[in-house]
Ligand binder design. Sequence first.
Ligand code: 3PY
Ligand code: MG
Length: 255
Amino acid sequence: MATPLETFKARLARGEAVYGPFMKALDASFMEITGYAGFDFAILDMEHGPASFADMQNLIRGAALGGLVPIVRTYDSSETAISKALDLGAGGVQVPQIQSAEEARAVVRAAKYFPKGERGVCRFVRAARYSATPRNEYFAKANEALLILQVEGRKGLDNLDGILGVEGLDILFIGPYDLSQSLGVPGDVANPKVVAAIKEISERARKVNVVTGVFADTPEAARRWKAAGIQYMSYLTDVGIYLEACRGILDAIKD
Ligand code: 3PY
Ligand code: MG
Protein backbone atom coordinates (compact mmCIF):
# COMPACT_ATOMS: atom_id res chain seq x y z
CA MET A 1 0.00 0.00 0.00
CA ALA A 2 1.26 3.48 -0.86
CA THR A 3 2.46 5.65 2.04
CA PRO A 4 0.80 9.06 2.58
CA LEU A 5 3.97 10.69 1.17
CA GLU A 6 3.86 8.52 -2.00
CA THR A 7 0.15 9.30 -2.46
CA PHE A 8 0.85 13.03 -1.93
CA LYS A 9 3.62 13.03 -4.56
CA ALA A 10 1.54 11.02 -7.03
CA ARG A 11 -1.35 13.46 -6.71
CA LEU A 12 0.91 16.45 -7.36
CA ALA A 13 2.44 14.64 -10.37
CA ARG A 14 -1.08 14.14 -11.80
CA GLY A 15 -1.68 17.89 -11.47
CA GLU A 16 -4.11 17.50 -8.55
CA ALA A 17 -4.29 19.71 -5.47
CA VAL A 18 -3.45 18.54 -1.95
CA TYR A 19 -4.91 20.12 1.19
CA GLY A 20 -3.72 20.63 4.74
CA PRO A 21 -3.99 23.08 7.65
CA PHE A 22 -1.27 24.68 9.73
CA MET A 23 -1.21 23.20 13.25
CA LYS A 24 -0.52 25.03 16.51
CA ALA A 25 -2.21 22.68 19.00
CA LEU A 26 0.06 20.37 20.98
CA ASP A 27 -2.27 17.38 21.33
CA ALA A 28 -1.53 14.63 18.80
CA SER A 29 -5.27 13.81 18.70
CA PHE A 30 -5.68 16.83 16.44
CA MET A 31 -3.23 15.35 13.96
CA GLU A 32 -5.20 12.09 13.91
CA ILE A 33 -8.49 13.95 13.47
CA THR A 34 -7.07 16.05 10.63
CA GLY A 35 -6.17 12.83 8.81
CA TYR A 36 -9.48 11.11 9.55
CA ALA A 37 -11.26 14.19 8.14
CA GLY A 38 -9.51 13.61 4.80
CA PHE A 39 -6.77 16.22 4.67
CA ASP A 40 -3.59 15.12 2.87
CA PHE A 41 -0.98 16.84 5.02
CA ALA A 42 -0.60 19.08 8.06
CA ILE A 43 2.03 21.76 8.64
CA LEU A 44 3.39 21.67 12.18
CA ASP A 45 4.28 25.27 12.80
CA MET A 46 7.53 25.96 14.65
CA GLU A 47 7.74 29.50 13.22
CA HIS A 48 4.54 30.81 14.79
CA GLY A 49 3.43 27.94 17.04
CA PRO A 50 4.49 26.91 20.56
CA ALA A 51 5.66 23.32 19.84
CA SER A 52 9.06 22.14 21.06
CA PHE A 53 10.92 19.30 19.34
CA ALA A 54 9.68 17.00 22.14
CA ASP A 55 6.07 17.93 21.24
CA MET A 56 6.93 17.59 17.59
CA GLN A 57 7.78 13.91 17.79
CA ASN A 58 4.38 13.03 19.25
CA LEU A 59 2.59 15.20 16.72
CA ILE A 60 4.46 13.39 13.94
CA ARG A 61 3.39 10.05 15.47
CA GLY A 62 -0.21 11.32 15.41
CA ALA A 63 0.13 12.07 11.70
CA ALA A 64 1.12 8.46 11.03
CA LEU A 65 -2.03 7.22 12.80
CA GLY A 66 -4.22 9.62 10.83
CA GLY A 67 -2.56 8.84 7.46
CA LEU A 68 -1.28 12.40 6.97
CA VAL A 69 2.02 13.72 5.65
CA PRO A 70 3.53 15.71 8.56
CA ILE A 71 5.42 18.74 7.31
CA VAL A 72 7.36 20.82 9.81
CA ARG A 73 7.57 24.54 9.23
CA THR A 74 10.96 25.25 10.75
CA TYR A 75 11.59 28.34 12.87
CA ASP A 76 14.34 29.44 10.48
CA SER A 77 16.71 28.15 7.79
CA SER A 78 19.46 26.96 10.16
CA GLU A 79 20.91 23.46 9.81
CA THR A 80 19.64 22.23 13.17
CA ALA A 81 16.13 23.62 12.69
CA ILE A 82 15.92 21.51 9.51
CA SER A 83 17.77 18.31 10.43
CA LYS A 84 16.16 17.91 13.86
CA ALA A 85 12.69 18.02 12.26
CA LEU A 86 13.69 15.43 9.66
CA ASP A 87 15.35 13.22 12.33
CA LEU A 88 11.99 13.10 14.12
CA GLY A 89 10.39 11.65 10.98
CA ALA A 90 8.83 14.68 9.31
CA GLY A 91 7.68 13.93 5.77
CA GLY A 92 9.13 17.25 4.75
CA VAL A 93 10.29 20.64 5.92
CA GLN A 94 8.88 24.01 4.97
CA VAL A 95 11.39 26.80 5.51
CA PRO A 96 10.15 30.40 5.93
CA GLN A 97 11.48 33.67 4.53
CA ILE A 98 13.93 32.37 1.92
CA GLN A 99 15.73 35.39 0.50
CA SER A 100 18.22 34.11 -2.06
CA ALA A 101 19.37 31.16 -4.16
CA GLU A 102 22.42 30.79 -1.85
CA GLU A 103 20.15 30.46 1.18
CA ALA A 104 17.97 27.96 -0.72
CA ARG A 105 21.04 25.89 -1.63
CA ALA A 106 22.17 25.91 2.02
CA VAL A 107 18.75 24.54 2.98
CA VAL A 108 19.11 21.72 0.42
CA ARG A 109 22.56 20.89 1.86
CA ALA A 110 21.11 20.76 5.39
CA ALA A 111 18.11 18.63 4.35
CA LYS A 112 19.74 16.02 2.09
CA TYR A 113 22.35 13.34 2.57
CA PHE A 114 25.21 12.72 0.11
CA PRO A 115 25.27 13.04 -2.89
CA LYS A 116 22.57 15.75 -2.78
CA GLY A 117 23.75 17.45 0.40
CA GLU A 118 25.60 17.21 3.69
CA ARG A 119 22.85 16.64 6.27
CA GLY A 120 24.28 15.74 9.68
CA VAL A 121 24.34 11.95 9.87
CA CYS A 122 22.69 9.96 12.64
CA ARG A 123 20.66 6.79 12.17
CA PHE A 124 19.69 6.37 15.83
CA VAL A 125 16.71 8.66 15.31
CA ARG A 126 12.97 8.17 15.01
CA ALA A 127 13.10 8.65 11.20
CA ALA A 128 15.40 5.59 10.98
CA ARG A 129 13.27 3.67 13.50
CA TYR A 130 16.11 4.20 15.99
CA SER A 131 18.46 2.11 13.77
CA ALA A 132 15.96 -0.70 13.04
CA THR A 133 15.78 0.45 9.39
CA PRO A 134 18.76 -0.95 7.42
CA ARG A 135 21.21 1.90 6.93
CA ASN A 136 21.26 2.00 3.11
CA GLU A 137 17.49 1.90 2.97
CA TYR A 138 17.28 4.76 5.46
CA PHE A 139 19.68 7.16 3.77
CA ALA A 140 18.01 6.70 0.36
CA LYS A 141 14.51 7.07 1.80
CA ALA A 142 15.48 10.11 3.87
CA ASN A 143 16.44 11.99 0.70
CA GLU A 144 12.83 11.68 -0.50
CA ALA A 145 11.52 14.04 2.21
CA LEU A 146 9.80 17.09 0.76
CA LEU A 147 11.57 20.40 0.61
CA ILE A 148 9.27 23.39 0.56
CA LEU A 149 10.65 26.92 0.49
CA GLN A 150 8.64 30.01 1.36
CA VAL A 151 9.05 33.21 -0.59
CA GLU A 152 7.24 36.09 1.07
CA GLY A 153 9.61 39.03 1.46
CA ARG A 154 11.07 41.72 -0.79
CA LYS A 155 14.49 40.09 -1.16
CA GLY A 156 12.94 36.71 -1.91
CA LEU A 157 10.81 38.30 -4.63
CA ASP A 158 13.82 40.07 -6.13
CA ASN A 159 15.70 36.73 -6.22
CA LEU A 160 12.75 34.56 -7.27
CA ASP A 161 14.23 33.20 -10.52
CA GLY A 162 17.42 32.08 -8.76
CA ILE A 163 15.43 30.38 -5.98
CA LEU A 164 13.18 28.61 -8.50
CA GLY A 165 16.29 27.19 -10.21
CA VAL A 166 17.66 25.49 -7.07
CA GLU A 167 17.92 21.73 -7.47
CA GLY A 168 16.12 19.82 -4.72
CA LEU A 169 13.25 22.29 -4.35
CA ASP A 170 9.90 20.41 -4.44
CA ILE A 171 7.40 23.20 -3.80
CA LEU A 172 7.63 26.99 -3.74
CA PHE A 173 5.23 28.27 -1.08
CA ILE A 174 3.91 31.82 -1.18
CA GLY A 175 3.08 33.29 2.26
CA PRO A 176 0.33 35.85 1.62
CA TYR A 177 0.54 37.45 5.05
CA ASP A 178 4.24 38.28 4.97
CA LEU A 179 3.88 39.11 1.30
CA SER A 180 1.12 41.63 2.11
CA GLN A 181 3.48 43.34 4.56
CA SER A 182 6.28 43.37 1.96
CA LEU A 183 3.86 45.14 -0.41
CA GLY A 184 2.91 47.76 2.18
CA VAL A 185 -0.57 46.41 3.04
CA PRO A 186 0.05 44.25 6.16
CA GLY A 187 -2.61 41.59 6.68
CA ASP A 188 -4.71 42.66 3.68
CA VAL A 189 -4.29 39.37 1.80
CA ALA A 190 -7.22 40.04 -0.55
CA ASN A 191 -5.71 43.37 -1.65
CA PRO A 192 -5.38 43.48 -5.47
CA LYS A 193 -1.62 44.11 -5.11
CA VAL A 194 -1.20 40.89 -3.09
CA VAL A 195 -3.49 38.86 -5.37
CA ALA A 196 -1.58 40.09 -8.44
CA ALA A 197 1.80 39.26 -6.84
CA ILE A 198 0.68 35.71 -5.93
CA LYS A 199 -0.56 35.18 -9.50
CA GLU A 200 2.69 36.45 -10.93
CA ILE A 201 4.87 34.29 -8.67
CA SER A 202 2.84 31.15 -9.41
CA GLU A 203 2.97 31.83 -13.16
CA ARG A 204 6.73 32.30 -13.08
CA ALA A 205 7.09 29.04 -11.14
CA ARG A 206 4.84 27.17 -13.57
CA LYS A 207 6.99 28.30 -16.51
CA VAL A 208 9.93 26.41 -14.96
CA ASN A 209 7.77 23.46 -13.79
CA VAL A 210 7.95 24.18 -10.07
CA VAL A 211 4.83 23.25 -8.05
CA THR A 212 3.47 26.12 -5.95
CA GLY A 213 1.69 26.36 -2.64
CA VAL A 214 -0.18 29.09 -0.80
CA PHE A 215 -2.06 29.72 2.43
CA ALA A 216 -5.78 30.42 2.14
CA ASP A 217 -8.08 31.34 5.00
CA THR A 218 -11.37 31.51 3.14
CA PRO A 219 -12.99 28.95 0.81
CA GLU A 220 -13.10 31.66 -1.92
CA ALA A 221 -9.32 32.16 -1.71
CA ALA A 222 -8.68 28.39 -1.80
CA ARG A 223 -10.88 28.00 -4.90
CA ARG A 224 -9.32 31.03 -6.58
CA TRP A 225 -5.78 29.73 -6.05
CA LYS A 226 -6.67 26.21 -7.12
CA ALA A 227 -8.16 27.62 -10.34
CA ALA A 228 -4.88 29.50 -10.85
CA GLY A 229 -3.00 26.18 -10.77
CA ILE A 230 -1.66 26.30 -7.21
CA GLN A 231 -1.57 22.69 -5.99
CA TYR A 232 -0.26 22.70 -2.39
CA MET A 233 -3.15 24.29 -0.56
CA SER A 234 -2.59 25.13 3.05
CA TYR A 235 -6.04 25.90 4.42
CA LEU A 236 -6.50 27.76 7.71
CA THR A 237 -5.07 26.63 11.05
CA ASP A 238 -6.33 24.11 13.60
CA VAL A 239 -7.13 26.92 16.06
CA GLY A 240 -8.84 29.02 13.37
CA ILE A 241 -10.90 26.02 12.27
CA TYR A 242 -11.97 25.43 15.88
CA LEU A 243 -12.94 29.10 16.31
CA GLU A 244 -15.01 29.04 13.11
CA ALA A 245 -16.69 25.77 14.14
CA CYS A 246 -17.56 27.17 17.59
CA ARG A 247 -19.05 30.32 16.07
CA GLY A 248 -20.99 28.28 13.49
CA ILE A 249 -22.47 26.07 16.22
CA LEU A 250 -23.51 29.05 18.34
CA ASP A 251 -25.06 30.77 15.30
CA ALA A 252 -27.03 27.60 14.57
CA ILE A 253 -28.36 26.98 18.09
CA LYS A 254 -28.85 30.47 19.55
CA ASP A 255 -32.03 32.50 18.99
C1 3PY B 1 2.31 33.89 5.47
O1 3PY B 1 1.18 34.09 5.01
O2 3PY B 1 3.16 34.77 5.64
C2 3PY B 1 2.68 32.53 5.85
O3 3PY B 1 3.81 32.30 6.21
C3 3PY B 1 1.66 31.45 5.82
O4 3PY B 1 0.45 31.81 6.20
MG1 MG C 1 4.96 34.00 6.57
